[in-house]
Design a protein around this ligand. Sequence first.
Ligand code: SOE
Length: 400
Amino acid sequence: MAGSDGIGVGMVGYSFMGAVHSQAWRSVHRFFDVPLAPRLAVLGGRDVTKTQAAATRMGWESVETDWRALIARDDVGIVDICTPGDTHAEIAIAALAAGKHVICEKPLANTVAEADEMVRAAAEAATRGVRSMVAFNYRRVPALALARKMIADGRLGTIRHVRAVYLQDWLSDENAPLAWRLRKEKAGSGALGDIGAHIIDATQFITGQTITGVSALTETFVKQRPLPVEAAGGLTAGAVDSSKPVEYGEVTVDDAALFLARFSGGAIATFEATRFATGRKNAMRVEINGSAGSLSFDFESMNELWFHDETVDAAEGGFRRIVVTEPTHPYLAAWWPPGHGLGYEHTFTHEVADFLTDIGNGVDPTPSFADGAQVQRVLHAVERSAAESSSWTTIADSKG
Ligand code: SOE
């Protein structure tokens, strides 16, 4: 279904994100009428045996163990960065300088300074027709794209409340090993940057507003964890060698982050991101209340959007379920008949479909690196607010 032109993709990293991105690159042109058909040209990873095994499993034509060599290849037109945050800036800036379009996993970087450098590199590259995008895939959940449209169409009136949580539980076991996502120098922050970044981006995307200020609280419940023998990705923390005495390392990021926020259009908001919500696996939930109605979404039922229309007679009010599987819903015309829902991986297919379309049409994709840097500023503000206890009032001091 794609146009006759192809483009080679070089992807760095092959863990959980690498696997879902691979699936997207493999299938996108078979479902979407994209102007460029991607070729899975080269997979990058440090360990040649593991990288080759991943390449064979996921359909990549070749491997490189040095990301600089991957970028330098003539058959690579797009560089896809699926590594931990500590390498995003260096790889992205080098790839953009080499004239390669870049899609980079979230959060964009580990610091605001790095994110700003990436924004500068992207702006300069755009003058040469080189495109970039940060991979906030939840924007491409059809129900959330529909929510944005309904809000833009005025169906909710004035937005007053934004309520967002992202709940996982893969670290609630205090003996779970010290995965890379628990080390500040690798990941930047903990639940905050890993999953809090998603709800920050998604709520700003849905409402069309930006966060203007925060008041935050973060916690690290388990301060030391067993060192893993082998790193692991995704929602597993890796393995511990039980034949030896257990060695422990410091957890240097937050386990949970909670914050209040104000949005540019006047809405007030609450956010919560945690990996300790036992029983919650990937509960990314958003509720928006406006003067004319409300919307509610839970990723664990991602094909549904709940809508309350405040403008109808109260006798017929209340939340009703919109099953977001109609061909008229965002992205759905490319997929299955109504009622035959989509899954997590489809959000990545939508993401690369939009990216390839924008490259082909010569327009700058969204979310841009500038959008990613704005989220980075919110993350930084949350960390700063949590570190400054000035606005914290202990009950013992609350007299009079
Ligand atoms: C781990 O918490 C993780 O894989 C995140 O890094 C992803 O962005 C999220 O989609 C699922 O959970």
